[in-house]
Design a protein around this ligand. Structure first.
Ligand SMILES: CC(=O)SCCNC(=O)CCNC(=O)[C@H](O)C(C)(C)COP(=O)(O)OP(=O)(O)OC[C@H]1O[C@@H](n2cnc3c(N)ncnc32)[C@H](O)[C@@H]1OP(=O)(O)O
Length: 196
């Protein structure tokens, strides 16, 4: 399946950046005004691309700290996780860089999960969505979520799902996500030994 093929990148990206070039933005045409896309994000200093190993030095973890607890993640820890993700082929961590300051200002992850069901298909999960608070309200949240959502479709996922706080339901509804009656509960067990 496409999602788990080794990309043609030389190791400098988490996944093949060419995957972001052929996304079909036609279904998102009415969801944003003006119409921005991953290849045309509206400003020449904005770049939507796969995570790179050098993003540790571009504030990627500082950005994630605006989403949740990151903890003490050294460069070594970051790089180990990066290579494990790249080797698995299932992680599509996607970022927005402000190239003027070489800072990561937005991120979202598509995690793909191989299935036996649905004709041995793939499903997608949306994870770790965040936009730097000084850049919010400019459609970059919609842009990064739609980018990985369209990528999931392109990779052949039969569905994409997410967990979010109640106050974000309108945000996700505005870009096409739905609460399915009787089928939208999220349940959890938290393990005390692991950070929350
Ligand atoms: C699956 C997950 O990862 S859920 C976790 C989501 N991430 C977070 O909660 C981290 C902190 N929050 C953020 O980083 C940002 O607020 C985001 C990513 C949720 C939204 O980023 P933004 O760049 O501000 O989004 P964008 O400008 O595209 O906003 C789109 C719309 O959603 C609305 N919206 C954005 N954030 C919120 C919010 N927290 N609550 C309610 N509505 C919101 C905006 O008002 C806007 O509406 P409009 O188009 O009618 O004006």
């Amino acid at each position: 399946m496409g999602a788990h093929k080794k990309g043609s990148n030389n190791g400098s990206y988490l996944y093949d950046p060419l995957l972001l070039e052929g996304l079909d933005w036609s279904s998102a045409r009415n969801l944003m005004s003006p119409n921005i896309t991953s290849t045309d994000p509206g400003e020449e200093w904005l770049c939507v691309r796969p995570l790179q190993i050098t993003d540790h030095n571009k504030g990627f973890l500082t950005l994630l700290a605006q989403l949740t607890t990151v903890g003490n993640v050294s460069q070594h820890d970051f790089e180990r996780q990066y290579w494990l993700m790249q080797r698995s082929g299932a992680y599509y961590v996607t970022v927005i860089e402000d190239t003027r300051s070489q800072t990561i200002i937005g991120a979202a992850t598509l995690v793909t999960e191989l299935k036996f069901i649905h004709n041995a298909s793939i499903r997608g999960r949306l994870e770790d969505v965040v936009v730097n608070n000084t850049y919010r309200g400019k459609q970059l949240g919609k842009l990064i979520v739609l980018t990985v959502t369209l990528l999931a479709k392109k990779l052949g996922c039969y569905k994409m799902s997410l967990d979010c706080k109640d106050n974000l339901i309108p945000f996700y509804k505005s870009i096409g996500y739905k609460i399915e009656a009787g089928n939208s509960n999220s349940m959890i067990i938290r393990y005390e030994t692991a950070p929350s």
